[in-house]
Design a protein around this ligand. Structure first.
Ligand code: CP3
Length: 344
């Protein structure tokens, strides 16, 4: 029988037994691949995202090298900022720059209504092209940013270390905060549903920076909006993955936002995370991306440790605890894929 990674991945999302643990990597398309860097010499990141043929090519690149069970759509969580009128660019070496950040309640009121099926239609075109070009044995994962993480970029105007402007806005302008996150939740929830209709087999909601909140603040300021986005995505009928970093302090609340799969980072052992989120959820994770730089025997030990923590229970999708770093050796990623697939 031919290898069916897509079947394996989807079964694990539904906590059904599989022939091997499925594996894919967050940021598996990107700068660690020379063929990606070659395309980036000729095109900006936004050009790659805006051009469905190029975004399709970049999505497929890692699947030609690595026997991963899923591909993640090539796009960026910040693309909705363009139709929202915030202005988005990526400065070399500095990450995203939001030209007109949201700093007051008026800016929230002024946000235009966005129909992602129309204004982010180019992303949906990419989904269709990738699905047609991807080997059937590889699942296609769509994604969007969670309301909190998107709001943090919209308010800070770019990357942040302490999220000072975000929290000050949250505490001083709670009504405007909830209005902003409510709008973002509707936008990303319907965007995820549109990606499913275009052919995504599963979708992931990225709440990368929500771990900067206290548990009480998570419940009050972020969770209701994540719950709404996840609910809209789940109504589309495919498995939904909910990922965040630094969520160990409020993992039960994070899981309670509702998703089929909970993504966790390496700051918590996989088995204790699974105990916290409960046996009714699948779990994704959680190798430290820096383990890929360790000597091979040490990398292998760490991969086995995670597989042992999962204990062969149905419902584990192997992944990193955050994205692949640009300097990552490609061989280390294939080593992980082989180790994960060999173990029953
Ligand atoms: O392979 C994949 O994972 C698919 C594509 C993807 C990108 N961004 C392309 C990209 C995905 C899933 C994202 C999600 C994303 N974007 C997140 C959530 C995941 C995470 O890593 O926490 C966030 C926070 C962003 C916002 C963003 N985009 C930042 C902070 C940066 C700059 C940081 C950096 O690594 O330079 C980006 C740029 C970006 N998006 C790159 C890629 C491949 C970097 C590459 C480049 O300049 O070519």
């Amino acid at each position: 029988m031919p290898a069916d990674g897509a079947g394996r991945f989807l079964k694990a999302c539904r906590r059904e037994p599989t022939d091997a643990t499925p594996v894919w990597f967050m940021r598996q398309a990107g700068r660690y691949l020379p063929e990606y860097r070659a395309l980036r010499e000729r095109h900006s990141l936004l050009e790659l995202c805006h051009t469905p043929d190029l975004a399709t090519e970049v999505t497929l690149q890692p699947t030609r090298r690595l026997a991963v069970d899923a591909a993640i759509l090539f796009a960026d969580i910040l693309l909705p900022f363009e139709p929202l009128g915030l202005g988005l660019s990526f400065a070399k070496g500095e990450g995203p720059v939001i030209e007109r950040p949201i700093r007051d309640a008026r800016a929230v009121t002024a946000l235009p209504a966005v129909d992602p099926a129309v204004e982010l239609g180019y992303v949906l075109d990419t989904v269709r092209l990738v699905r047609a070009a991807l080997p059937p044995a590889v699942a296609l994962i769509g994604f969007a940013g969670a309301p909190f993480t998107l709001a943090s970029y919209a308010i800070e105007g770019g990357a942040s270390r302490d999220f000072a402007l975000t929290k000050r806005f949250m505490y001083a302008e709670p009504k405007a905060w909830h209005s902003l996150l409510g709008k973002l939740a509707e936008l990303v929830g319907s965007f995820l549903a549109a990606q499913v209709r275009a052919g995504a087999a599963a979708v992931q909601l990225f709440d990368s920076w929500v771990g900067c909140l206290s548990p009480a603040d998570y419940r009050e300021y972020a969770q209701p909006h994540s719950r709404r986005a996840l609910e809209l995505a789940r109504a589309a009928g495919v498995p939904v993955i909910h990922f965040g970093t630094n969520t160990a302090g409020f993992l039960a609340d994070f899981a309670d936002a509702g998703s089929d799969v909970v993504g966790v980072d390496w700051r918590i052992p996989l088995d204790s995370a699974w105990t916290t989120i409960g046996a009714t959820r699948a779990i994704q994770g959680n190798l430290d991306p820096l383990a890929l730089f360790a000597p091979p025997a040490e990398l292998e030990r760490r991969v086995r440790e995670i597989l042992n923590a999962a204990g062969g229970r149905p419902g584990h999708i192997f992944n990193l605890g955050h994205g692949v770093l640009p300097e990552t050796p490609i061989d280390a990623l294939q080593t992980v894929v082989d180790l994960v697939h060999q173990r029953k």
